[in-house]
Design a protein around this ligand. Structure first.
Ligand code: GUN
Ligand code: ZN
Length: 449
């Protein structure tokens, strides 16, 4: 076991009341292995109370630092690091001009492995310790991301991208080499084989991954829905209602569905553990459909601002009770930093011309990227918080990391002021250390050089 003395940020666990954040100014975080050797939080609370309970445990003192739960990125694309910031008129031209050509390169196992290493290192440098990620249509890309995540003992969920139409041949799912199976059949078989190989291994999870309805044939969506029924514990991830042209296209391809979102429901792809990126252009029927199904939204504000997609309606989601959490959506998104994502979410929520504008509280923003995202992913009590029993994934923040951060955070007179100052001014420099729970009584610690 080991212990860390610092200020400790954690969140209430009483579910419905949501994001009550608390900062223990002089706190102690004690971590140690459970019966299987997995590192978990053993205790977290005031230093003066806890130090006597753990007299033999070595304490690392981190004066002036804040320990907080590792961040959770609810939606990103490991194959899109190289297309961050690519200029385009909007989603569909951006996909065609930059994203599909880059993703085509992931048919190489070697290319995929190098990209996976860079991507995961970048997440960790930015304090992200859990991610739900898109791979590409190549099985090599999925194996590479799982392998590298397993090597780091990361909690990572990914899956084979299902896309059997409406993209260049080199980026689509492939038919069996001997033509005995179509691309659709092969992609579903590969999904199942990858799921059986990886889901539940260490901290890895599988996600059935139809890219979005326009890129999948009816048979492929139907097959994905069958997999979702046969394997209720795996996740589902896709995109919906991001961009007006995309929506018009989806409606044209699936005219008998009541809405773009309803298309997914019609194929059995809305359920608990289903995560849909964007969810911008929804009406209340969509929100209700999603809420009732148990599916959740991955709100991706830097991506939505960059691609000019629109503004997620936080007030409407809250009114209906639609669950959501925050996501980078790299490479449509512009940053790996959770601080940039939270700040963009703040701007998007404030926008009051296309919808009701509101000021999200700093505690809520932070919760949506940690404990709230864990709840949306059905991982509450597992990650995203520092309550006893949670896996020991955390970050050490240095509020003095830059002269401006030091100056501004010193002025904060309450927790909301402190959190918003870090959200507005923070980036990877604020993350002094990222610690991830490992098996076998080891913690992987990544320190800023
Ligand atoms: N819709 C379908 N594919 C994508 C993608 O790669 N990025 C975004 N932002 N939206 C999508
Ligand atoms: Zn995406």
């Amino acid at each position: 076991m080991r212990a860390y003395r610092a200020s400790i940020l954690s969140f209430a666990t009483d579910g419905e009341s949501g994001f009550g954040a608390a900062l223990e100014e002089d706190g102690l975080l004690v971590v140690g292995p459970d019966a299987s050797g997995r590192q978990r939080v053993q205790a977290s609370g005031p230093y003066r109370q806890l130090k006597t309970r753990f007299p033999a445990v070595h304490i690392e003192h981190l004066p002036g630092r804040i320990i907080a739960p590792g961040f959770i990125d609810m939606h990103n694309h490991f194959a899109q690091t190289n297309v961050i910031g690519s200029p385009a008129d909007g989603l569909l031209p951006w996909l065609e001009r930059y994203t599909f050509p880059e993703e085509q390169r992931f048919s190489s196992a070697q290319y995929s492995a190098e990209a996976a290493r860079f991507f995961l290192d970048e997440l960790l440098r930015n304090g992200v310790t859990t991610a739900l990620s898109f791979a590409t249509c190549s099985t090599e890309s999925v194996d590479a991301l799982f392998c590298e995540a397993q090597r780091r003992s990361l909690r990572l969920i990914t899956g084979l991208c299902l896309m059997d139409r409406h993209a260049p041949a080199g980026v689509l799912n492939l038919a069996a080499p001997d033509r005995s199976r179509s691309a659709c059949e092969q992609s579903l078989l590969d999904s199942e084989l990858l799921l059986l190989r990886w889901h539940g291994k260490d901290r890895l999870g599988y996600a059935i991954t139809p890219r979005f309805a326009p890129s999948c044939s009816e048979s492929q969506l139907q097959g994905a829905g069958h997999l979702a029924i046969r394997y209720p514990e795996v996740w589902i991830q896709s995109h919906v209602a991001e961009n007006r042209d995309e929506i018009a296209w989806a409606r044209q391809l699936f005219p008998s569905s009541a809405s773009y979102l309803a298309t997914y429901a019609d194929f059995g792809l809305l359920r608990r553990r289903a995560v849909y990126a964007h969810c911008i252009h929804f009406d209340d029927q969509d929100r209700t459909l999603m809420r009732d199904s148990g599916a959740v939204a991955a709100v991706s504000p830097t991506s939505n601002l960059f691609l000019g997609s629109g503004f997620f309606d936080f007030a409407a989601a809250d009114r209906v009770g639609l669950q959501y959490g925050l996501a980078s959506d790299v490479g449509g998104g512009t940053s790996f930093s959770p601080f940039h994502t939270m700040l963009a979410a703040y701007y998007v929520a404030r926008e009051g011309h296309s919808k009701t504008g509101l000021s999200l509280s700093p505690q809520q923003l932070w919760w949506q990227h940690t404990a709230g995202a864990a709840r949306a992913l059905d991982l509450e009590g597992v990650v995203g918080n520092l309550q006893p029993g949670c896996e020991a994934d955390f970050v050490v923040l240095n509020p003095q990391a830059t002269p401006l951060l030091g100056r501004r955070t010193a002025q904060a007179s309450n927790l909301d002021e402190l959190l918003l100052a870090m959200i507005v001014l923070g980036d990877d420099r604020l993350i002094e250390r990222t610690v991830i729970s490992q098996a076998q009584d080891v913690l992987l610690t990544i320190d800023r050089p």
